[in-house]
Design a protein around this ligand. Structure first.
Ligand code: PHE
Length: 394
């Protein structure tokens, strides 16, 4: 018996190895390259992936962006879909955590077979996922990541928003020429590509405008106590403080600055925009300003139609991330229609050729670096609300 059993076990061993090898090849090779389902398959819904911070420290970013994206998909499907097919949005929560974007985007591409990816809001998380989309030849559109490095990852990576060299200059000019500030301090989140980039571009712009950067301090995302940095900033007596961070830390920084008797205006960028900012920072934020992508007070038909539809669906007023999320899905659909296919390379070419697309956040034209050149909006915080101040064109 033994003699007969041995070859049988051996054969089983081989088939197990073969099965394991097939599994390995399927999971890893298709995982790194093309999805299991054919991207150009012309039947069934068009699967589009989205990755967003639905929970964690930037939860409002993902939630707002997702609501806007979903509204766009509703509108597209109500109007007959894309290429005669329904668009299906597969959303993954990356929990605002480093490491998660790569995991969930790999899953969307390899397991779910999405033909394009929408996301992320935050630049560091877009930067983490972009190389995976690029290698897989799956177009990725970030609705709102503004750091220049994001689209520099490769020719499959796009965004529908402006970039931080522009945003930083806009706030520098506003600080120098509208608020007439001369001496500004900067408080940067060194864990965030967005914060590091925006701080740099603001400083360059403010100095070019004849202002002085009188102090610089750093913090890390997740910090709760900023008293050491704020005490150091107070000592140099600045006219204002530029805080290019995200809302959770910005709210706490505003509170602690006022507690220390530091009462100069705080300035920031789009990372301030959250329905949680004022609940965290309260009256400490009065008289502060930040730049962003859009204002619901804009009277144009594109904005007002969107605001109306968004309110009808969610019973709340859409912010910039919601508007950009909406635009990201609409731009993708437009490119697929012009390409006549969902094939990655052809959609990439159509996206690159996007010209004068009327979005909610303005006219969108992709430049040679796959960025959109668009106006910025400055908002003030007054009476516990975001108030439109002005629009600045590039
Ligand atoms: N621009 C920010 C970033 O790149 C993200 C953001 C966009 C935050 C819009 C709020 C509103 O990280």
């Amino acid at each position: 018996m033994q003699k007969f059993l041995a070859p049988i076990q051996h054969a089983r061993g081989i088939s197990l190895i073969a099965a394991a090898t097939t599994l390995f090849l399927t999971v890893f090779l298709t995982g790194c390259d093309k999805p299991a389902s054919t991207p150009g398959a012309a039947t069934g819904p068009i699967k589009v992936g989205e990755f967003a911070s639905m929970t964690g420290s930037e939860a409002t970013f993902g939630q707002s962006s997702h609501e806007g994206t979903l509204l766009a998909v509703d509108h597209l499907n109500a109007a007959g879909g894309v290429l005669g097919r329904k668009m299906e949005l597969l959303m993954e929560d990356d929990q605002s955590q480093a490491g998660q974007p790569a995991t969930v985007v790999r899953k969307l591409i390899a397991r779910d077979g999405v033909v394009a990816v929408l996301g992320e809001v935050a630049s560091s998380r877009s930067l983490e996922a972009a190389p995976i989309c690029q290698q897989s030849q799956i177009p990725m559109i970030s609705p709102s990541s503004t750091n220049p490095k994001v689209t520099a990852v490769g020719d499959y990576i796009f965004r529908v928003c402006f970039i931080d060299p522009f945003q930083g200059t806009v706030m520098a000019n506003f600080a120098r020429h509208t608020l007439h500030l001369k001496k500004v301090a900067v408080l940067t989140d060194v864990k965030s590509d967005y914060s590091l980039g925006l701080a740099k571009f603001f400083k360059e712009g403010f100095i070019a405008d004849g202002g002085a950067i009188v102090a610089e301090q750093n913090y890390s995302s997740g910090d709760k106590d900023f008293s050491a940095q704020l005490t150091a900033l107070k000592a140099v007596n600045p006219d204002g403080i530029f805080v290019p961070g995200y809302y959770t830390e910005v709210g706490l920084i505003a509170l602690q600055a006022r507690q220390l008797g530091l009462n100069v205006p705080l300035l920031g960028g789009d990372g301030w925009e959250s329905s949680s900012l004022i609940p965290i920072g309260g009256v400490s934020l009065e008289g502060s300003y930040f730049s962003t992508h859009y204002s619901p007070e804009d009277t144009s038909a594109a904005v007002q139609d969107f605001v109306k539809a968004f309110r009808a669906k969610y019973n709340e007023t859409p912010n910039a991330m919601a508007a950009l999320g909406y635009d990201s899905a609409m731009i993708l659909a437009d490119a697929m229609k012009r390409a006549g296919t969902t094939d990655g390379a052809k959609v990439r070419d159509a996206l690159a050729a996007t010209k004068d697309f009327q979005g909610v956040t303005g006219k969108i034209t992709m430049d040679a670096d796959r960025n959109a050149s668009k106006p910025a909006v400055i908002l003030a915080i007054r009476d516990g609300q975001f108030k439109y101040v002005e629009t600045v064109s590039p």
